[in-house]
Design a protein around this ligand. Structure first.
Ligand SMILES: [Zn+2]
Length: 122
């Protein structure tokens, strides 16, 4: 384990706080969320071409769900002692980055490479 116990506890609290906040905002029941929470996929959906208002509401929900999934996933990783490690290159994500985004799944380098790849594949 790369992170200190007290740091993990702090980040876990942040994750739980954010989760509660998202649950309130999205008005989704815990049971529905539970059903939807599976391992997040590497594909992020492209919403750029969508413009109508009802669609935007759905997009907001979808985005909240994506974050919720990532939060749930991060909490699972804390349980499994794999939290704080980049899922792509296995190097530490870094406490600084985790404090900004506690549900981060990749280190900054991999995140950037990942985003570049996504752009190029379009
Ligand atoms: Zn990495």
């Amino acid at each position: 384990m790369i992170l200190k116990k007290e740091h993990i506890q702090e980040l876990k609290n942040k994750l739980l706080e954010k989760k509660e906040q998202l649950l309130k905002e999205s008005n989704l029941s815990h049971s529905i969320i539970k059903e939807l929470l599976t391992e997040p996929s590497y594909d992020e959906v492209d919403y750029a071409e969508v413009s109508s208002d009802s669609y935007n509401l759905n997009i907001l929900r979808e985005k909240q769900l994506v974050v919720l999934k990532e939060i749930e996933w991060a909490l699972k990783k804390i349980e499994n002692n794999t939290y704080g490690v980049c899922e792509m290159c296995d190097s530490p994500v870094g406490l600084k980055r985790l404090k900004v985004k506690p549900h981060a799944r990749f280190c900054i380098e991999c995140r950037e490479a990942f985003e570049k790849e996504q752009k190029n594949s379009r």
